[in-house]
Design a protein around this ligand. Structure first.
Ligand SMILES: [Mn+2]
Length: 459
């Protein structure tokens, strides 16, 4: 898979040198690190998931060289932190033309840069950028003999982003796995949701289900009960779920580093009230209208356009907006209640790379691209423009949609979305956590006093 991506990358970069770095390990505190996850473009091109490594791609005419600088073999370190591929392994297992220990990179950098007109770098202000540009500056200043040095610097992410937009069959297989595992988690959460639970308890279910299927989370799960759903990226998740409220889940698994990204909004006690269903159906209609437009040749703006028309129609029906549909849509009158876009690219990153416009023209969808479709309606608890009984509802419905040759396929279609299907799914017995009946939520954790501890020991 990575070999193919490299060939496509070499094709796209034409002559030049490209330098990419893996993410460094990040300290969480003292000697504890955050779990390592390779930078997406680096992973895509190398298939290496060790921290700190550097990849160099050189192309002159038909010569293509893929070089790696990796952590050296070190039995005493490997005893603590696990196996390292080492330079030899990088050649054997990843197909590098040549590979060296990381400390060789500053030594070899000058020679690597010489002879190339164009340099591709991640222009992200990071340490690799300053290291390489520093070396280039020194070379330019002390240049005596002729011979090309890079005079043109480009952001390598423009190239990798473009390649990552159209998914190969192997990538789609991972994305389908991520979608499937995300569905397992959502359906289990449907079955477990009930009044009285804390948001963080349901949040804990998502990574648990991903984990037992060999996955991880693609982003921090959002569980937002009641009016909390009106905060778009609500993360604290400390409130309780109350009877009569809706609860919004925005979550996605990562499988083989490929992401799913799904949102569902369901009634806490298993049944939509009439009012909730009325508002919910506005978003559902917008979701359907937007999904239906997805096919090759359509722009993301057009997908969003379909959603905004349906949302505006709904706002008129609900008595929140008054006036003519066409004028309201063109004025963007829906924005206070639907303030975000409808779609983003999805892939190795949840908000995947790739330009949304080519020059000034919006990009047209092509077979193999994956986007989210996620209209929402957020009626704030204190929003005086909204009829009182509808306030405090935040609803979003989000699915992952693959553009096919003739239209689209919803990768996350098996996660109930219709009101009756949601209610039916909520009424079924938990599958994974039935032996683990959810505990009553604990009050905010307070350190136990010494006397309580002593009593506990005496018993
Ligand atoms: Mn999303």
């Amino acid at each position: 898979m990575h070999q193919t991506f490299r060939e496509r990358f070499f094709d796209a970069m034409e002559d030049g040198i490209a330098i990419l770095g893996a993410t460094p390990e990040l300290a969480r505190n003292s000697d504890t690190e955050y779990r390592y996850r390779p930078e997406s473009a680096f992973w895509h091109l190398t298939g290496l998931d060790e921290p700190d490594a550097i990849a160099v791609f050189q192309r002159s005419g038909n010569t293509r060289r893929f070089l790696l600088f990796v952590r050296p073999k070190d039995p005493s370190m490997e005893l603590w932190t696990g196996r390292r591929l080492g330079p030899e392994g990088a050649v054997k297992e990843l197909g590098a033309t040549e590979a060296w220990a990381l400390e060789e990179f500053p030594v070899k950098l000058d020679d690597l840069l010489k002879g190339h007109d164009r340099l591709f770098l991640p222009l992200d202000g990071g340490s690799l950028q300053s290291q390489v540009l520093g070396a280039l500056n020194r070379l330019v200043r002390k240049r005596r003999q002729p011979g090309p040095l890079p005079g043109e610097i480009r952001d390598v992410r423009r190239v990798t982003g473009e390649l990552r937009l159209r998914k190969s069959a192997a990538e789609l297989a991972w994305m389908e796995k991520a979608a499937k595992v995300t569905g397992e988690a959502f359906r289990e959460v449907y079955r477990l949701t009930k009044p009285g639970l804390a948001e963080y308890q349901l949040r804990a279910v998502f990574p648990f289900i991903y984990g037992i299927h060999g996955g991880d989370w693609a982003f921090e799960t959002i569980v937002a009960a009641g009016a909390n759903a009106c905060t778009l990226h609500y993360v604290s998740c400390r409130d309780r779920l109350k009877k009569g409220e809706l609860v919004l889940f925005d979550a996605g698994a990562e499988m083989g580093f490929y992401a799913a990204d799904v949102t569902r909004t369901i009634p806490v006690d298993g049944r939509f009230t009439k009012r909730q269903e009325q508002v919910y159906r506005v978003v559902l209609k917008a979701h359907k209208a937007a999904v239906d437009t997805v096919r090759p040749g359509v722009t993301i703006d057009e997908v969003h356009g379909a959603a905004t028309i349906a949302i505006t129609e709904g706002l008129l029906e609900l008595g929140i907006l008054k006036g003519k549909l066409k004028t309201l849509v063109s004025k963007g009158a829906f924005r206070p209640w639907f303030p975000h876009g409808t779609s983003h690219w999805l892939g190795l990153d949840v908000h995947d790379t790739g330009d949304y416009a080519l020059d000034v023209e919006p990009r047209r969808l092509e077979e193999g691209m994956v986007i989210t479709v996620e209209p929402g309606l957020y009626l704030g608890a204190d929003d005086k423009r909204v009829p009182q009984p509808l306030r405090g509802m935040g609803i979003r419905i989000e699915d992952d949609v693959l553009v096919t040759a003739t239209g689209h396929r919803v990768l996350t279609d098996d996660i109930p979305r219709e009101p009756r299907d949601i209610e039916a799914a909520m009424a079924t017995k938990a599958r994974y956590l039935k032996a683990l009946a959810l505990p009553e939520p604990v009050k905010a954790a307070k350190p136990r006093s010494a006397s309580t501890r002593t009593r506990a020991v005496k018993k």
